[in-house]
Design a protein. Structure first.
Length: 201
């Protein structure tokens, strides 16, 4: 299978930025924070994709005029671990009305982005903690008896200017291939995991 073109471009961009910083160091100069800035890299599925019993893609129409800004994942059973898709620092933990939590992680070296993990219970992380890709954040939140639900959201910017982007734009080839294969089990949900380019969260 050929690598996803967008993820390949993201990886190449990260490599070029790193090479630029190395070259600048060799010349005795430094790069600006903007030039050195990177984008998130998502490498670990946030739940065991073999457990999925539904997958609402990014841009899925939930109600008229409201598009889904996440990968919304439902599992058989509500005991699955929720893991960090990439490295970063926990900067906020919000309580949801559903008695679960929304975890905000700032990706390493990508200050303009925020990775949001929604509907997580039994938290195993704390504010200010650094996490690695694949590290357990907690357990999937219950949706209905026997079904768990969690969501993965990637925001760029903050406040009123924030925009949600499809996680596939930041996934490694393996990350994207795994989600494409899992999504293929739910053909009624759409043609692809990204039904639009961006969503206002």
């Amino acid at each position: 299978m050929f690598p996803d073109r967008r993820s390949s471009c993201r990886v190449l961009q990260t490599i070029l930025v790193s090479l630029g910083a190395t070259l600048a160091a060799c010349r005795g100069t430094s790069t600006s924070p903007t030039a050195a800035a990177s984008v998130p890299v998502l490498s670990a599925p946030i739940v065991d994709l073999a457990l999925l019993n539904d997958f609402l893609p990014f841009g899925f129409s939930r109600t008229p005029g409201r598009l889904n800004p996440t990968y919304e994942l439902y599992t058989t059973g509500d005991t699955a671990s929720v893991r960090a898709a990439g490295p970063g620092t926990v900067i906020n933990i919000l309580a949801n009305p559903e008695a679960d939590s929304e975890v905000h992680i700032r990706p390493s070296d990508a200050a303009d982005y925020l990775i949001i993990y929604d509907h997580v219970v039994s938290l195993q992380i704390a504010m200010g903690q650094s996490v690695a890709a694949g590290q357990v954040l907690g357990r999937i939140g219950p949706w209905v008896p026997g079904v768990g639900r969690t969501e993965l959201q990637v925001n760029r910017g903050s406040g009123q200017s924030a925009v949600a982007l499809c996680p596939k734009d930041f996934g490694t080839a393996d990350f994207n291939a795994a989600h494409d294969a899992a999504f293929g089990r739910f053909p009624t949900r759409g043609a692809t995991v990204c039904l639009t380019n961006s969503v206002q969260p």
